[in-house]
Design a protein around this ligand. Sequence first.
Ligand code: SF4
Ligand SMILES: [Zn+2]
Length: 292
Amino acid sequence: MKSRLTDSKFMRQIEKKVNETIKKYKMFSRKDKIGVAVSGGKDSTVCLHILKKLGYDVEAITVDAVIGDYTKENIKNLKKVCKENDIKLKIVSFRDEFGMALCYIQSLLKGKGHNYSSCKICGILRRYLLNKHAKRLKFGCLATGHNLDDESQAVLMNLLRNDLKLALRIGPVSGMLETPEFVKRVKPMYFVPEEDVIRYSRIMKFPVKYGICPCSVGAYRRKHKNFLDEFEKKHPSVKYNIVKMHERMLNLIEPKRLDMGKVNRCRICGEPAAKDMCGACRIFKELKIVKK
Ligand code: SF4
Ligand SMILES: [Zn+2]
């Protein structure tokens, strides 16, 4: 039977793993100012805490999609964590930026015939705001709390959907060409399994929510999660093997990857875009939102 490490040994092991990942993928150095995209959940809170503990220059940034009590409580918890750890926190709100909450944006779009899920709209607008404010705040990169479970699920989903383009974009460092318009995204927790994140968070007694966002429409992703969790029980290291295999494939097709990851600029706002207009500007145009 696998012996359980003491809490302090376990924490040191996780912190070492995170630091090794940062160094291996040359994510950032101690000279960089790092923005950590936080949600108030366990993953990004643990990520923020570990980076600070390892001596990196971190600031937190969060996007409030105004999802009732759910985001209110997350923001309250984030303020507490940042205050206790002496970390600057920037809060960007959908209400201030767009004049409305996520649910309202979704219902307006629905009224215009677009049946987008909350997560799709939230993801597009959140990425847009994070990139915009990360540039304003002069972050060298944006770190997110994605863990090994998230990444193995993403690889599997792209494989099962035969979505090569998306598969090429994921990885420990954003798969796009380096460009001044796009603040590099990095995932220092890339090799930390979710159960370890939960244990770390519980040891630290972080005030975080372990539940799911009420707007989450992640049924498809949850099926992959359940499948991988079951498989991992019988075949330990399966999640790790999936992300390592994905990494080896990326290395093999690196030139192609760079070509496919080329970044266009949105003709309206100049932010990175897959086509001539970014997803956010399409939404703004549809809703006649004037951006700030
Ligand atoms: S679960 Fe979906 S709607 Fe909720 S915060 Fe995440 S992306 Fe946004
Ligand atoms: Zn745009």
